[in-house]
Design a protein around this ligand. Structure first.
Ligand code: HEC
Length: 152
């Protein structure tokens, strides 16, 4: 239980950090990286649950899905013109092919929306239900990173 609540609080802190950062738009690179960090934290929680490293509970499953949902709805707002250079892994393709990037954001948002519906209020009832809900969300990481993120 301690591990679960620790993971949930890390995810909550990450969400709070990204929402707090979202109010100041003088640092879009830092803001979008904070949002993606919350995605990384939620992926850590979700992956830990799937592998059985963290005992499953519906609340833990819901926390991971809700963090993904929040990120998918906000991330795309932090790529203004001029934020393509600096300490960022955002690929030039984001600005050269904005429609393609927006399509990846839309896939991410659609997957998290479906997962939220499947989760219901209390969260996915068991690990199989969680895997079914979260699996498609994990499927969206790779295609966006391949096309729109460079590894520094
Ligand atoms: C719509 C595109 C997109 C999707 C979907 C996406 N990412 Fe990212 N991700 C990015 C981009 C772009 C960056 C680089 C941002 C920057 O450095 O400005 C990034 C950066 C990251 C980072 C580094 C954050 C940091 O601290 O700088 C992590 C971790 C990450 N992504 C994990 C994930 C995981 C896990 C998923 C799937 C659940 C995912 N991402 C889905 C586009 C995406």
């Amino acid at each position: 239980m301690r591990t679960i609540s620790k993971c949930i609080s890390i995810v909550s802190i990450a969400i709070a950090a990204s929402l707090g950062a979202a109010q100041a738009d003088d640092d879009p690179i830092g803001d979008r990286q904070a949002i993606m960090s919350s995605v990384g934290a939620a992926a850590g929680l979700g992956g830990g649950l799937m592998k059985g490293e963290i005992a499953y509970s519906p609340a833990a499953g819901k926390a991971a899905i809700a963090a993904m949902r929040a990120a998918s709805l906000t991330f795309g707002d932090y790529f203004p013109n001029g934020s393509n250079t600096g300490d960022t892994e955002a690929a030039p393709a984001i600005w050269d092919n904005r429609a393609g990037f927006d399509a990846e954001i839309a896939k991410f948002a659609a997957a998290t929306g479906t997962a939220m519906e499947a989760a219901g209020r209390a969260g996915p009832a068991d690990l199989d239900a969680f895997k079914a809900a979260m699996g498609p969300v994990f499927g969206t990481c790779k295609s966006c990173h391949e096309g729109f993120r460079v590894k520094n």
